[in-house]
Design a protein around this ligand. Structure first.
Ligand SMILES: [Zn+2]
Length: 234
């Protein structure tokens, strides 16, 4: 049976508390790729603490600054700046041990075991930073399927889920059914963004954004998938 790797990016933000509560209540292993500089208030520190306290959450590194949203500049600059940022985030996020599981901002680039794939964006511009991180104990993971958010280009946290739960389940299933549809056979990494799942919000129908995440997890359980941490991927 196939394994699904639920990954949630960009916390701690509004919505990260909902993600932590849902995956813990549903008891599904999940990985939260967090941004060091987002740990910027007592409330957000508390959310990070809650994530660390959950047996069902792996906290992973998604940089210090998220490139400030300026990916081309970030990857054009000295890659040592990128490495220093990731090292800062490792400390801020209290990630211990080696290798350090991480994801680059804005790029589906992999450096994990024998997997070396570089996002083609802007002429493979993330390659230098990825190589440097890989030589300093980082293991970089991209993703196979994204549950898109309406907030992709909106201010932080503005998004709702932009695809129906049934369509996301179908996308996961078809990626696994297709030869080469996922980076590794029988393993599907699903990318989501924390602000999509706030309990306080809904987009019609009375179902909250948070409840949609519950529905996805329950549908995947019903389909017989296993769930695991990124640390167990290779
Ligand atoms: Zn991100």
């Amino acid at each position: 049976m196939a394994t699904v790797y639920l990954t949630f990016d960009d916390g701690p933000l509004g919505g990260t508390d909902d993600v932590v509560a849902v995956v813990t209540a549903e008891q599904v292993k999940s990985t939260l790729f967090m941004v060091g500089d987002h740990v910027s208030s007592a409330w957000r520190r508390g959310v990070l603490d809650d994530a660390h306290s959950s047996r069902f959450i792996q906290v992973a590194n998604h940089s210090s600054t998220h490139a400030g949203g300026r990916y081309r500049d970030y990857y054009a600059a000295d890659p040592r700046t990128v490495l220093e940022g990731f090292n800062r985030a490792t400390t801020t996020l209290r990630i211990t041990g080696q290798p350090i599981d991480a994801r680059l901002p804005g790029r589906n680039t992999w450096r994990a075991g024998s997997i070396r794939r570089t996002d083609p964006a802007n002429g493979n511009d993330s390659a230098r930073a990825a190589n440097l991180l890989a030589s300093h104990g980082y293991r970089l993971f991209g993703w196979d399927v994204e549950w898109r958010s309406t907030g992709r280009n909106a201010p932080e946290g503005a998004g709702h889920p932009d695809q129906r739960v049934s369509d996301v389940v179908r996308a996961i299933q078809s990626s696994l059914d297709r030869s080469g549809g996922t980076q590794t056979a029988n393993k599907c990494i699903v990318l989501m963004h924390d602000p999509m799942f706030r309990a306080s919000r809904s987009e019609g129908g009375g179902v909250t954004d948070r409840q949609q995440l519950v529905q996805l997890i329950q549908a995947l359980k019903q389909a017989g998938f296993d769930f695991d941490f990124m640390s167990n991927y290779l």
